[in-house]
Design a protein around this ligand. Structure first.
Ligand code: SF4
Length: 455
């Protein structure tokens, strides 16, 4: 059996590294790539330096994301160009940025070998093989089949798509142009992703399923019901989380799911983006802040301990101080537990970029964001103080030297708050994905300190 080095020297390309940028939906797409790569006898390594193939799954949602994407591609190019004689690398750029800027990428970064837009994730290994063939190189093909345990999948959670694309026309957003119209997945397609996830985990548990799409409120309610029922039936799945509910009346039709399924996490993610009806109209979004209030109230009637996340864009064209005050007033009158605040980004091809000038300076955008952040933090202080001293089950996400990193069910991984639990010697039996009771001892600005409350 040749060792890996000699395979590479003989022009075999069999190892790959995947860098996933952007939102959790991209992570679900990267799983598709990884499963397809494994079925085609490529194996994943945890370091781009060691990989023959570097795949960058890109994001292009706002300028910051595009900037990060370009930097990541250029880093891959640098690695490709600094390779030793015996190493060869190819670079594959996929996803939203590739879809949006294929022409520019081809013209400006000639070191990229393959560019693939959205929706062709499963084909990527075949495209790589064809490309290698055209260069008289080979991909490694052996009897090893798909025994490639993908080490990176040690998370407690897995993202499962319930739909793809978006049919709305929000003024600031280019996702519909990149991803196409919304398509709701059927139950088989949802279950298949879970089989894929189990396959790449090689037996490791999925403790939390996170259902995602660009516009989850458009998913078929019966399919959503069947999906939550299906995931609830697995003992290993302790929480199921639903992300991205566009703020419209249809959300009321989903509330029964929280009564029916105890494993559905007490968490709602409703991006309002603004409160001022004037700005919302300019954004082409529902301009009904009374509806927003009643959604929040009703949600708390259905689940008392539910926490709500929302996002707001500051500095949309023509936004006035009065408009900003409306967000502040709304936050004061309605409990929103977590807010993401974004600076408006004038995106080529978006409706707002065609129609308006980007007439709010970056400094003013930043000041408005800071003002709202400070105000919201103050609002949250009392609520957070009440949690100190209480005992709750949290899910273990990982271990540091001295701490266990965990999460409340009201927090989504990566996006929301972390609970740091002091680690003791007798914690060695614990593993990622376990639910453990902890007593909260302190609240930091966003995260928590706690101790294991083992009786
Ligand atoms: S709902 Fe609006 S913001 Fe969300 S992806 Fe669709 S167009 Fe973009």
């Amino acid at each position: 059996m040749q060792n890996l080095r000699s395979k590479i020297e003989n022009n075999f390309f069999n190892s790959y590294y995947i860098e996933t940028l952007g939102c959790p939906k991209n992570k679900a797409d990267s799983r598709e790539i990884r499963v397809s790569m494994a079925h085609n006898n490529f194996f994943e390594v945890e370091n781009s330096k060691k990989a023959d193939i570097i795949i960058v799954n890109t994001c292009s949602f706002i300028k910051e994301a595009s900037k990060e994407t370009i930097e990541t591609i250029l880093k891959a190019v640098e690695l490709k160009n600094n390779k030793t004689k015996s190493q060869k690398k190819i670079i594959v750029v996929v996803g939203c940025f590739a879809q949006r800027y294929e022409k520019e990428l081809k013209e400006e970064i000639s070191d990229i070998d393959i560019i693939v837009g959205t929706g062709r994730y499963r084909e990527i290994p075949l495209l790589i093989k064809d490309y290698l063939k055209s260069l008289n190189f080979s991909s490694f093909s052996s009897d090893t089949k798909t025994s490639f345990a993908l080490k990176k999948t040690s998370n407690s959670y897995a993202y499962i798509r319930i739909g793809q694309g978006c049919s709305r026309k929000c003024g600031f957003c280019v996702i519909p142009q990149i991803r196409g119209r919304f398509i709701a997945y059927d139950i088989e397609k949802i279950k298949n992703q879970f089989y894929d996830e189990k396959e790449i985990r090689s037996g490791r548990c999925v403790s939390e399923v996170i259902l995602v799409s660009q516009d989850s409120v458009r998913a078929d309610v019966d399919v959503l019901d069947a999906a939550i029922e299906y995931f609830s039936s697995f003992e290993e799945v302790k929480w199921i989380r639903l992300h991205y509910l566009f703020p419209e009346k249809k959300i009321f039709d989903l509330f029964y799911l929280f009564e029916k399924f105890p494993k559905l996490a007490s968490y709602l993610d409703i991006p309002f983006q603004h409160i001022s009806e004037r700005v919302l109209k300019l954004m082409n979004r529902p301009a009904d802040s009374r509806l927003f209030s009643s959604l929040l109230k009703e949600a708390r009637l259905v689940r008392k301990n539910i926490e709500i996340r929302s996002s707001f864009i500051l500095g949309y064209p023509d936004e006035t101080e009065e408009d900003v005050d409306k967000i502040i007033q709304f936050l004061g009158e309605n409990q929103i537990d977590k807010v993401s605040l974004f600076s408006y980004s004038h995106e080529d091809g978006a409706y707002a970029a065609k129609k308006f000038d980007d007439n709010i300076s970056e400094d003013i955008k930043a000041e408005r964001i800071n003002r709202i952040r400070e105000y919201h933090l103050k609002l949250r202080e009392d609520y957070r103080k009440k949690i100190i001293g209480t005992v709750e089950e949290v899910m273990i996400d990982g271990f540091n030297k001295n701490e266990i990193e965990a999460r409340r069910q009201q927090d989504s991984p990566v996006i929301d708050e972390v609970v740091y639990v002091e680690k003791k010697d007798n914690h060695n039996e614990l593993k990622i994905g376990d639910l453990i009771p902890v007593k909260f001892t302190a609240a930091m600005e966003y995260d928590w300190l706690a101790e294991y409350d083992k009786k």
